[in-house]
Design a protein around this ligand. Structure first.
Ligand code: F6P
Length: 320
């Protein structure tokens, strides 16, 4: 193998730049050439790509977002779009591809490999941490730290005004951000899409807390479980308590990556290059029990990642 390409696809996540840096530097270290593809699969289809060198990835390890830009390409979902991408594979002499993104991006890479047999390795990069086959995806740690920081700030106001705050967080169909940030932030209730919730129980817990002398309450709602505004309205109607709703939105996707995410990204990016060099053809990198491992690419999108019930139960016990 002489030349590989790298792209970032789907929603950006903090640490993607550190992963790009690792791919480029590890590949060059081993004498490979690297092509950087702009705007994910869109740039793959439109030949928006060019060579990268050691300097192309200087001064990016600490930056959020992705220097390669990212997109969700509709054209790549069509056979015609993928045929155009394959023409670019031939034109640029690409012999292997590293895709940094979420399960949707892995699905696209898997389909492309089935049709054109180009070796692909997926590196999980998404704040959602919803990818089966890895305990952590790049960006998740930074995102939950951002949410925890927001909880800390809101807690000041919640206590001062003795109010109930509802915080809606991202995660798409996954409750991982809500669960982990909820535990770390000491939330009273955490609503996640993986588990049924009863608003009556949420309200009873709130009332119990206030009767016991609690000054404030914070409820974390994963966007996939319910709308924060609806939850706020229901609590107000059922309890008469004043509720304030904050939707954190895209600020959870940005920011300088934590040390954890930079280390994870560096290890995963380097592993992806090793895997291509070793002949892996349709695989993903994962982190399992602190080891960086290779897994089948379709592990990521065949089946939903189960929520960690031990953590959920613990969060419930500690917020009694
Ligand atoms: O997958 C990352 C994510 O931020 C999800 O948590 C969220 O549902 C979605 O992307 C938002 O997508 P967009 O940036 O396209 O609005």
């Amino acid at each position: 193998m002489q030349r590989i390409a790298v792209l970032t696809s789907g929603g950006d996540s903090p640490g993607m730049n550190a992963a790009i840096r690792a791919v480029v530097r590890k590949a060059i270290y081993h004498g490979l050439e690297v092509i950087g593809i702009q705007r994910g699969f869109s740039g793959f289809v439109e030949a928006d790509m060019g060579p990268m060198n050691l300097g192309s990835v200087a001064d990016i390890i600490h930056r959020g977002g992705t220097i390669l830009r990212t997109a969700r390409s509709e054209e790549f979902k069509t056979p015609e779009g993928r045929a155009k991408a394959y023409a670019n594979v031939q034109r640029f002499g690409i012999q292997g591809l590293v895709v940094i993104g979420g399960d949707g991006s892995f699905k696209g890479a898997d389909m492309f490999n089935n049709e054109y047999n180009l070796p692909v390795v997926g590196v999980p990069g998404t704040i959602d941490n919803d990818i089966t086959g890895t305990e952590y995806s790049i960006g998740f740690d930074t995102a939950i730290n951002t949410v925890v920081e927001a909880i800390n700030k809101i807690r000041d106001t919640a206590t001062s005004h003795e109010r109930t705050f509802i915080l809606e967080v991202m995660g798409r169909e996954s409750g991982y951000i809500a669960l982990m940030a909820g535990l770390a932030g000491g939330a009273e209730s955490i609503l996640i899409p993986e588990l049924r919730h009863s608003m009556d129980e949420v309200c009873e817990k709130l009332i119990r807390g206030y009767k016991r002398g609690k000054l404030h309450s914070i409820i974390i709602v994963a966007e996939g479980a319910a709308s924060g505004l609806d939850v706020g309205k229901q609590i107000r109607e059922k309890t008469g308590l004043e509720t304030k709703v904050t939707i954190l939105g895209h600020l959870q996707r940005g920011g300088t990556p934590t040390a954890f995410d930079r280390i994870l990204a560096s290890r995963m990016g380097a592993k992806a290059v090793e895997m291509l060099m070793e002949g892996f053809r349709k695989h993903m990198v994962g982190m399992l029990e602190d080891k960086i491992v290779a897994g089948a690419l379709d592990t990521a999108f065949n089946g939903k990642r189960p929520i960690n019930m031990e953590i959920y139960n613990l969060a419930n016990i500690l917020s009694i």
